[in-house]
Design a protein around this ligand. Structure first.
Ligand SMILES: Cc1cc2nc3c(=O)[nH]c(=O)nc-3n(C[C@H](O)[C@H](O)[C@H](O)COP(=O)(O)OP(=O)(O)OC[C@H]3O[C@@H](n4cnc5c(N)ncnc54)[C@H](O)[C@@H]3O)c2cc1C
Ligand code: FES
Length: 283
């Protein structure tokens, strides 16, 4: 589980102000990784002989290529750890732990809707690839601040998949202005109506996977539960050890009887069934 990744690509993604980076690592991890899993990357500066920052940083797998032994991490530079990571150069060897956590499940048939907010799009790409390879219909809903963000964060790669894409931006510069959940609601009603008119039930017809801000995933879960659509959510909460030892990522869920239980996002997640998450109690 503890391994090294050789840096083969490390470059800025899109417009500079977005502070997004693409990091491709070569290593054995690509053989076993699943969509929705993550790695914990050591981000200490080797030139400083220091243990600061002590904790590894969790980053989702944004692409998994077992045939070339490569994984891609897409990340935003937000603080000390990611600033140090952004200095890694091609040829460096990074210490990584992983693949970690429980990823998304893949439905047997039917349609899969991916619903992303901001950089929550990153872990959904390998899921889309696997679903398409399995012959499922895939549809993407993606909301971001503006056109520049969406284009910087990989819109053209998504368009190349040839799937229906519904974009939303807060400033209306691309797609529909406003929250992505408004578009989801509209299409969900339409989908539901078609199924009802055909005299069938929603069972096995539609599945949803979502990643993004907490409030967005809560809203998506409510919409899905009201329509009887199974939904999986990726809780990208702050982490400590990332391997189940520190309890720093414990979050509140409920079991099938409605009893409150605690689980570790790093080991039991980050992907959970939306209906089991207690949204108003934070992790
Ligand atoms: C399972 C998982 C997968 C993730 N995948 C990705 C990914 O694919 N791409 C990506 O860019 N980021 C991802 N993140 C978030 C990433 O781990 C953090 O941005 C990173 O650890 C920040 O480290 P830092 O030292 O640069 O920032 P810090 O100095 O630790 O923090 C800087 C700022 O970022 C905020 N912050 C830090 N971590 C998080 C977090 N998890 N959620 C919300 N706010 C946070 C802090 O509150 C602070 O305001 C993921 C997190 C988890 C738990
Ligand atoms: S981060 Fe330490 S238990 Fe999950």
């Amino acid at each position: 589980m503890l391994t090294e990744g050789l840096v083969v690509v490390h470059e800025r993604l899109g417009e500079e102000a977005q502070r997004l980076m693409k990091l491709v690592l070569k290593g054995p991890i690509a053989k076993t990784a699943q969509a929705g899993q993550f790695v914990a990357v050591r981000v200490q500066d080797p030139t400083l002989a220091s243990y600061d920052p002590l904790l590894r940083r969790p980053i989702s797998l944004a692409e998994i290529s077992p045939e070339s032994d490569e994984i891609t991490l897409l990340y935003r530079v937000v603080g000390k750890g990611t600033e140090i990571l952004a200095r890694a150069r091609c040829g460096d060897r990074l210490s990584i732990m992983g693949p970690l956590g429980r990823g998304f499940s893949l439905p047997e048939d039917g349609e899969l809707w991916l619903i992303a907010g901001g950089i929550g799009i990153f872990p959904l790409y390998p899921l889309a690839q696997r679903a398409l390879a399995k012959g499922l219909s895939v549809r993407l809903f993606w909301g971001g601040d503006n056109q520049t963000f969406l284009e910087s964060a990989g819109l053209s790669e998504w368009q190349a998949l040839g799937i229906p894409i519904h974009l939303s931006t807060m400033d209306g510069s691309l797609g529909q202005k406003g929250l992505v959940t408004v578009q989801v609601l509209g299409l969900l009603w339409e989908f539901n109506g078609k199924v009802e008119n055909s005299g069938q039930t929603m069972d096995g017809k539609l599945y949803v996977a979502t990643c993004g801000p907490h409030k967005m995933m809560q809203a998506v879960t409510e919409l899905c539960m009201n329509s009887g659509v199974p939904v999986e959510v990726s809780l990208e909460e702050r982490m400590g050890c990332a391997v189940g030892a520190c309890l720093g990522c414990v979050c509140t869920l409920k079991d099938e009887a409605g009893t409150l239980i605690h689980k570790k996002v790093c080991q039991d997640g980050p992907v959970f069934r939306g209906e089991e998450v207690v949204w108003d109690v934070s992790c």
